[in-house]
Design a protein around this ligand. Sequence first.
Ligand SMILES: NC(=O)c1ccc[n+]([C@@H]2O[C@H](COP(=O)([O-])OP(=O)(O)OC[C@H]3O[C@@H](n4cnc5c(N)ncnc54)[C@H](O)[C@@H]3O)[C@@H](O)[C@H]2O)c1
Length: 318
Amino acid sequence: MTIQQLDRLTVLGAGVLGGQIAWHSAFKGKQVMVYDLYEKGLAQCRTDQQRYAEIYLAELGASAADLEATRSRLSFTTDMAAAAAQADLVIEAVPEAPEIKIATYGELAKHLPAHSLIATNSSTLLPSQFAAATGRPEKYCALHFANLIWQMNVAEVMAHAETARDTLTAVTRFAIEIGMVPIPVRKEQNGYVLNSWLVALLQASLSLVVNGVSTPQDVDRTFMITNRCAVGPCGIADVVGMTTAYNISSYWGAVNNDEQLLKNAAYIKAHYLDRGKLGLQTGAGFYQYPDPEYAQAGFLDIPDPGRAEEIASLAFPT
Ligand SMILES: NC(=O)c1ccc[n+]([C@@H]2O[C@H](COP(=O)([O-])OP(=O)(O)OC[C@H]3O[C@@H](n4cnc5c(N)ncnc54)[C@H](O)[C@@H]3O)[C@@H](O)[C@H]2O)c1
């Protein structure tokens, strides 16, 4: 069997994940077109990618020439026809809202060449929900990346009932070519492997904050000490971004008639979205960046015994 070679990538949605997928694929040698509905989305993406360039230089051993070559392989557009025309593979990373994804696939279908494959990077929705909207269900599947793609290099590969084997093979090979460890998900599952537990963890943490049981700092302290890791769930939520956290909370709150999730969505909107605090990307979320409190010296230290009264007083309802 000849596997279709996927060298020219188009990413739809230039946000947190779209920007990372585009940058990393270009770094690994793919020709990449980034599409967003809004100029401001593309502008934010360019700013984000400057930050990624610094990280690749400092942490991944990239040279200035590597970064220059990466930039030369990236193009940006708000014109769907131009975005679609060059694609062997389209990765859809528009907001986690079914109506936006359906509208995007409908527009894409008008312009996409016959040979092109499409993969969704949706966090919690299923490819079978959108297969018909793509107009080419056999050429469609999910390819789900983790945030901070250069460190967390897994790509979950998930088919729906009509995905052709050749499609999944070509998409899996693409993932390997850009340095991912592919994780085949053997049945359609909202959230794949990763988000089946990550979304549950983030929602449980958010509920503790929203219900006044704890603070982002104490949730993260507890998690970081007991799991011996460098970031906790509220720090992770900032990396995910408040827009996606909101979309997931409000969508699943409505679908499952889950009052707590709807409460979490309302809290994110009032405290973060409406105040322009979208998480790490905009420099503020639960924490302030670039030097968040959870990464500062002393965050996990045993306190001085003289602080016992102050700390104990926090354990009484206010
Ligand atoms: N943030 C994460 O950690 C993460 C991880 C894995 C997967 N995902 C998934 O990736 C997708 C994108 O999430 P994100 O966090 O990057 O979102 P985001 O909110 O950061 O970015 C979304 C981008 O889409 C643009 N946009 C809005 N409407 C559009 C439209 N109709 N057409 C094209 N672009 C449009 C916005 O301008 C923005 O640039 C979602 O399905 C999400 O579930 C997110």
